[in-house]
Design a protein around this ligand. Structure first.
Ligand SMILES: Cc1cc2nc3c(=O)[nH]c(=O)nc-3n(C[C@H](O)[C@H](O)[C@H](O)COP(=O)(O)OP(=O)(O)OC[C@H]3O[C@@H](n4cnc5c(N)ncnc54)[C@H](O)[C@@H]3O)c2cc1C
Length: 475
């Protein structure tokens, strides 16, 4: 096997593997090096997203939602199922098999696109060489014209909360529990904390979420965040805001968590504690002396808007660089870089990156929140449409939440779209497309939406921005 490539990608997560595939499609010779190891010691491509993030979490969110709906909602539909029982082992087996299918799929895609996949640790050496240490300790050095760093991120650990992987765990461990914890503590009410809290709450845990910030989901439009908080409370997620954790200690079979809030100091007893306080760029043992690649003060690899690092022909993409830590953001960066290397056009529109929280109801948004638009000082109008007025949402027994659009008064530009409700993550794609093509609010108003669909909520919200909603009272 040749050790010389046009492109060597370090990391086969959702930023690295698309870069490698696109490089292959661009007729470049490409190798992709990844060191991921599963808990059973097996190697796999796909990074955090496929092995320990997006995919396994969505598998469990889906299963746990079905379980909860079978218990609490089927009767409303007139379906009598008797006692609904949980088989967690089967649920976890399904999760693991989805992950396996998806990660094996990447190997097949590599083969189809001429990508040489290599399991091992990659380290950038000066002169665009990559030293690869295989799982058996063997070493080889690859020479590359271009190197793409896609080393991803790892969970932030708290010094006062010592991780043991059994009682005090990270998000990956929390996806692989083999029993439902009776009492589950979650530190962090961000996207990952809320998704994991929802999974285990639906399966029967008493869940307490401790969040240091006073504001719930500060990055989300606050109309939507308030609505979400109301739903989560109703579902039994005990979310404590302004709760600063000072320590956690394994005691007997459980964990004692100490935290303080405006009311004073508290001790919380839980059986498992998940730390979900964010992720940090992962660049351990990635860069040898003298490569010229710089990190910023938060540890992210420094890049320009086209993901070029300070070193010639070394690029960096995904969670390891600035911007939202999202799989689809990394994917677009990977594809852009592979196109630029091949001399093609490549660009990422950072203003139009959708975000989704896969709770029930789902939360999704793109563009600016109403608070951000207000702070920017541009005159704006708002249209909202409640799913309570959507025939399809009613038929689905999911008539919760709303769609909201924030648009400019001067030229009608769509500035932000925010959805909380059924399939919000799917619905937001229309708003992303509209904003990508600089659609006006009127463009959305004049676009025909099939009836009865959930997407009508977006149409009606756009109409409501000009007080022209048909299926809701304009205010
Ligand atoms: C529980 C959870 C749920 C999530 N859900 C979503 C979601 O629904 N949607 C979403 O968009 N995002 C989600 N994310 C975030 C998403 O997983 C990340 O944004 C995404 O994985 C980042 O992709 P990446 O390729 O930059 O890095 P990673 O996926 O972290 O991949 C990096 C890869 O590089 C390898 N690597 C690192 N250093 C080296 C080295 N020196 N040599 C060889 N290999 C190396 C790592 O082993 C890893 O395989 C979730 C994350 C978590 C933890």
């Amino acid at each position: 096997m040749s050790d010389s490539f046009d492109v060597v990608v370090i990391g086969a997560g959702p930023a690295g593997y698309p870069a490698a595939i696109r490089a292959g499609q661009n007729k470049l010779t490409v190798a992709c090096v990844d060191e991921w190891k599963n808990s059973d010691g097996s190697a796999a491509f796909g990074g955090t997203c496929l092995n320990a993030g997006c995919i396994p979490s969505k598998a469990l969110l889906e299963s746990s939602e079905l379980f909860q709906r079978a218990k609490d909602e089927f009767a409303v539909h007139g379906i009598v199922v008797g006692d609904v029982k949980l088989d967690l082992a089967a649920m976890q087996k399904r999760r693991a098999s989805i992950v396996k299918t998806m990660t094996n799929g990447i190997m097949a895609l590599f083969r189809a696109n001429g990508v040489t996949g290599i399991h091992g640790h990659g380290r950038l050496l000066p002169g665009n060489r990559v030293q690869v240490t295989g799982p058996d300790g063997s070493e080889r050095t690859l020479q590359a014209r271009h190197v793409v760093l896609a080393s991803g991120s790892s969970p932030v650990r708290l010094r006062a909360v010592p991780h043991d992987g059994v009682r005090i765990v990270d998000s990956w461990n929390a996806l692989e529990f083999d029993a439902v914890p009776r009492r589950l503590g979650v530190i962090g009410a961000g996207v990952i904390g809320l998704e994991l809290g929802s999974v285990w709450r639906r399966l029967g845990s008493e869940v307490t979420v401790l969040e240091a910030l006073e504001q719930f989901l500060p990055m989300v439009d606050q109309t939507i965040a308030k609505e979400a908080q109301r739903h989560f409370k109703k579902q039994g997620l005990d979310i404590k805001l302004g709760a600063k954790v000072s320590s956690a200690e394994v005691k007997g079979d459980g964990v004692e968590v100490r935290y303080s809030d405006a009311a004073g100091d508290h001790a919380l007893q839980v059986d498992k504690l998940v730390v979900a306080v964010g992720r940090r760029p992962f660049t351990d043992e990635l860069l040898a002396e003298g490569t010229g690649v710089l990190l910023d003060d938060r540890g992210f690899i420094q890049v320009d808007e086209h993901c070029r690092t300070n070193a010639p022909d070394v690029w960096a993409v995904g969670d390891a660089v600035r911007g939202p830590m999202l799989a689809h953001k990394g994917k677009e960066e990977g594809v852009m870089v592979a196109d630029l290397i091949a001399g093609h056009f490549g660009e990422v529109n950072y203003k139009v990156i959708p975000s989704v929280v896969y709770t029930a109801p789902e939360i999704a948004w793109v563009g600016q929140t109403e608070e951000q638009v207000k702070a920017g000082g541009r005159a704006y109008k708002v249209g909202t449409f409640p799913f309570a007025a959507s025939g399809r949402a009613r038929a689905m027994e999911a008539a919760q939440g709303m769609a909201k659009i924030v648009s400019a008064v001067d030229d009608d530009e769509v500035l932000g779209v925010h959805v909380i409700g059924p399939m919000a993550g799917e619905l937001i794609a229309e708003a992303v497309l509209a904003m990508e093509y600089s659609a006006s609010t009127e463009d959305l108003q004049r676009t025909i939406h099939a009836h009865p669909t959930l997407s009508e909520a977006l149409h009606e919200a756009a109409l409501a921005a000009d007080k022209k909603a048909i299926d809701a009272i304009n205010r």
